[in-house]
Design a protein around this ligand. Structure first.
Ligand code: ASP
Length: 328
């Protein structure tokens, strides 16, 4: 049997509610042993080990936890202590943690994130089957070389493409444009494709050398957006700003000017979009060349932030950062 190590970080999958029908709950309360013991037949899928990495709602995931998590995953694989790793995680920011690991884990072995929308004590929890499927993927040699995978609600997504689309639906994860990596049905796995963008060993990013990630802020654009938010972000120390623009990454004219001003003083500005699908291209309605901006291409604001942090930590300049947004 494959050896699968579970790193439990918290989230709703480990959440507990006062009653099975109470919509209010506390994230992350259950420990990793309770999670494993709560899934019928899990120990017949793989030789399991578990570790309590953290016990947070994923709204409290941060750069420091990401760095430690990535280092732990790399160390487990380097020491050949696991054939695959499952990370139980809150659904709110799983797409960001997943994309970070997709870029900085240096192994072909599977890293599979899973979570749930309903707490473990719910009348009808979704966590146990999600964990069963995630362990099945992590134990599967066919999962190797596909980067970080999010396994949830019978679907397998590339961590690069996946995003949360509903605040409450069990079927919340989608991969707009890219589509599913595969499916999982009671541990029976089917793959449809490999990720097409470089990841893990083919990514130029690694975290061993980085001690801290630079501050990158996300600003949300809207009609009447005030331009001074941009200057505030820069003066608070942001080395990068991702703008969740309207439509194709657009912003009001005064905001565009403020972005150009901070860009000329060295802040890297990436234009992404608050729209949930589609690309943000260069020089469409805004003159990126003249304003000194980077277009996010296919990455949403929260994933753009992850990539920009890694680019800045690596010391890449604006032109190379634009290349990275096309490449990754
Ligand atoms: N707030 C929770 C979290 O991300 C939601 C969930 O896990 O579904 O940790």
């Amino acid at each position: 049997m494959s050896r699968v190590h579970i790193l439990a970080t918290g989230g709703t999958i480990a959440g507990t509610a006062p009653s099975p029908v109470d919509p209010g709950y506390r994230s992350g309360g259950l420990g990793v042993s309770a999670l494993i013991d709560g899934v019928h037949g899990l120990r017949s899928v793989a030789t399991l080990t578990g570790e309590q990495f953290s016990q947070v709602g994923s709204q409290d995931m941060n750069d420091s936890l990401w760095l430690t998590l990535a280092a732990r995953v790399n160390a487990l694989f380097t020491a050949n202590e696991a054939d695959g790793i499952v990370i139980t995680h809150g659904t709110d920011t799983a797409e960001e943690t997943g994309f970070f690991l997709h870029l900085v884990v240096k192994s072909q072995r599977p890293v599979v994130l899973t979570g749930s929308m309903r707490p473990a004590t719910s009348l009808s929890p979704d966590g146990p089957l999600n964990l069963f499927n995630a362990v099945s993927v992590a134990a599967d040699p066919q999962a190797r070389g596909r980067g970080a995978i999010v396994a949830i609600n019978d679907d397998l997504h590339s961590a690069r493409d996946v995003t949360k689309s509903s605040t409450t639906d069990v079927q919340t994860f989608v991969s707009p444009g890219a589509g599913l990596l595969g499916t999982a049905s009671y541990g029976r796995i089917r793959y449809f494709r490999h990720p097409t963008h470089p990841h893990t060993g083919d990514s130029e990013f690694s975290v061993e050398s980085e001690v801290a990630l630079p501050r990158v802020d996300i600003l949300y654009a809207h009609a009447n957006m005030p331009a001074d938010l941009v200057r505030a972000s820069a003066s608070l120390g942001a080395q990068g700003i991702v703008i969740a623009g309207v439509g194709n990454g657009n912003v009001p004219t005064e905001v565009a000017q403020a972005l150009a001003d901070v860009a000329s003083s060295g802040v890297i500005v990436v234009r992404s979009s608050r729209v949930s699908s589609g690309d943000v291209g260069r020089n469409i309605e805004l003159d990126d060349d003249g304003l000194g901006l980077v277009a996010s291409d296919q990455l949403n604001p929260q994933k753009s932030r992850v990539l920009l942090q890694l680019c800045l930590a690596r010391g890449l300049q604006r032109g190379h950062i634009q290349d990275a947004f096309y490449r990754y």
